[in-house]
Design a binder for this molecule. Structure first.
Ligand code: HEC
Length: 182
């Protein structure tokens, strides 16, 4: 059994070479073929989190005890905007165009509140009752669990961004209706 000089530790050499080959293939795969990990994916969650944080710590004054919530004022609309962002923007979109991240796959789609092609109307009373009762058979759920003052605030906010905030309720009628709402 002749010891061949050229055959010194042949197994080790082959093992080394296959390691090199394997890591080269792996390197090429990772660099050029593997699609990569999408670190953008959690973005939607982060955005919603930020909206909630913004809404919670935002500049709007706390009007949760507004004694006349049926009356729209600029401050109350600002307050309503923070509530809208927390409860509605996920479907209806930040700007109310019906393009929120959770709305894309819904049928029917969330209403474009700016355009305002209503099933009911753009009156404060109709927007309020939609928020209170939802629209049965759709993903527009009732929001009765939200304090009544906050529901009025969102009503005024929706009307403030809508091109179709019609008709106007008679102030006295609206007040009477609102006083019966809890
Ligand atoms: C889970 C998704 C979702 C959320 C959250 C949501 N909506 Fe909707 N909303 C919808 C859908 C879907 C429709 C359209 C239903 C239809 O076409 O019948 C709709 C319709 C509406 C309408 C139209 C009413 C009409 O007469 O046509 C208003 C106003 C409205 N939403 C306001 C709100 C407000 C305010 C909030 C927050 C309190 C809210 N929505 C939260 C899905 C949502």
């Amino acid at each position: 059994m002749g010891l061949d000089k050229n055959n010194y530790n042949r197994g080790g050499f082959l093992a080394f070479m296959s390691c090199m080959a394997a890591s080269t293939v792996f390197f090429i795969y990772i660099s050029f073929i593997h699609p990569g990990i999408n670190i953008d994916k959690p973005k939607i969650k982060t955005e919603i989190g930020m909206q909630v944080a913004q809404a919670a710590g935002g500049a709007a004054a706390d009007m949760s005890t507004n004694p006349t919530p049926w009356t729209s004022t600029p401050e109350f609309v600002e307050y309503g905007k923070t509530k809208y962002k927390m409860n509605c923007a996920v479907c209806h979109g930040d700007g109310g165009k019906g393009d929120g991240p959770a709305g894309a796959s819904l049928n029917p789609k969330p209403r474009d509140l700016v355009e305002g092609k209503w099933k009911k109307s753009g009156s404060a009373k109709d927007i309020f009752t939609t928020i209170r009762d939802g629209l049965p058979g759709t993903m527009m759920a009732p929001f009765k669990h939200i304090p009544v003052v906050d529901r009025w605030a969102m009503t005024h906010y929706v009307r403030s961004i809508s091109k179709n905030a019609k008709p106007e309720d008679k102030p006295a009628d609206l007040e009477k209706f609102a006083k019966g709402e809890k």
